[in-house]
Design a protein around this ligand. Sequence first.
Ligand SMILES: Nc1nc2c(ncn2[C@@H]2O[C@H](COP(=O)(O)OP(=O)(O)OP(=O)(O)O)[C@@H](O)[C@H]2O)c(=O)[nH]1
Ligand SMILES: [Mg+2]
Length: 394
Amino acid sequence: MEEDVKRQISKFFEFENWAFKKKVFSGDKLIYRLVSWFFQLYKDLNSGEWSKSLARQPFSKIGSVPLADELIDVAFGRASKVMADLPRTLPPLTKARRRETARMKEAGQTFVEKLTKIVKEFPILNEIHPFYYELADVTVDVGSLKKSLAALNWAANMISSLSSRNLNKVRWVANTSDAAYLRRSAYGRMVSVIFQIKKDLNFLKEASAKLRDLPSIETKLVTIVVAGYPNVGKSTFVKQVSTAKPKIDNYPFTTKEIIVGYRETDFGRCQIIDTPGLLDRPLSERNRLELQAIIALKHLAHTIIFMADPSETCGYPLNYQLNLYHEVSKEFAGIPFVKVLNKADLVDSSTIEKAKTALADHVFAAIAKEAIGVQEAFKEALTLALSKFKNVTQ
Ligand SMILES: Nc1nc2c(ncn2[C@@H]2O[C@H](COP(=O)(O)OP(=O)(O)OP(=O)(O)O)[C@@H](O)[C@H]2O)c(=O)[nH]1
Ligand SMILES: [Mg+2]
């Protein structure tokens, strides 16, 4: 997709450059064409075919969330600048009424506008893909997110109604100091509303940073998910067969998030997902990293590559890894599995054979580090994934 856009842009510039040199268009015409072309590109990107294939996660549009103090500074800062220079000839009371009305209006509107903007930038949580819903839930807790967003809505409504009540009152003040007093007390009430959502703003600020960082996954692409115990060589494998560049190291839980790689195949583009390691334990005891892997398996996988390390240099006995395999294959019984016994360079052939027997069909021996056996396993996974993908999309 990015390639498409890049190609379009360079084609356009090649043509415009040629046209300019040949004096086909005047400078003004060229600028006009340039602006209209960008406008069209923008429209296409937002509404056309391109946006359908664009991998964009639902939280990418969230802007920065201000803290309570920052919000108060912005609103009152803006309010203090309005109606600063009223005609000197106006009677003082009229001036005071106009000034305080304008200030209260500006402060109220700024609070409402900023709070509404924050809420609107978050996606409607019940409408996002279940993969993202669950990922957001393990990342920040969706229940708290919904509560905090509702609190911001409440605050916007409170400020809006208290602001209109005070705007009515200012018409009836008898002198300039009453007008200023009314405005100060309105400001005080606005501040107290904002203070009541202080914790929500703090939470949303932190949550938005984490959610913006979630990976962009295409939920309608043939997808192979690689899973297994920590430190068995999953990331090494994913790096060998796709565009992904995961961190690889000799300790468990090197991979802390879901990582996506792509691969162009004869059947189109496919997606390969590297996951954090899984231990053999019940769902209720799993940590946040493990839960991400489970969510990817549950919602995205058209085939699962289960990787085990028979050399046990990963730090976990093979029988624990085999138990995990039996658990996940039961849990995801509808999804095809390809099993890879990695680090074949570190064990003798009888160990491999024994492990192969324990795992039954579709078992590959590999040395991911040296790219041995990885393409074969990938090819098998792709074949199974394509037929699963066809079944689910039909
Ligand atoms: N000897 C040998 N070492 C390997 C092989 N494949 C990977 N390794 C090493 O095993 C270690 C772990 O590799 P990773 O790819 O990070 O393993 P992982 O499963 O992604 O680990 P986590 O992200 O922690 O779950 C690294 O030191 C790799 O270099 C292999 O085929 N043979
Ligand atoms: Mg890894």
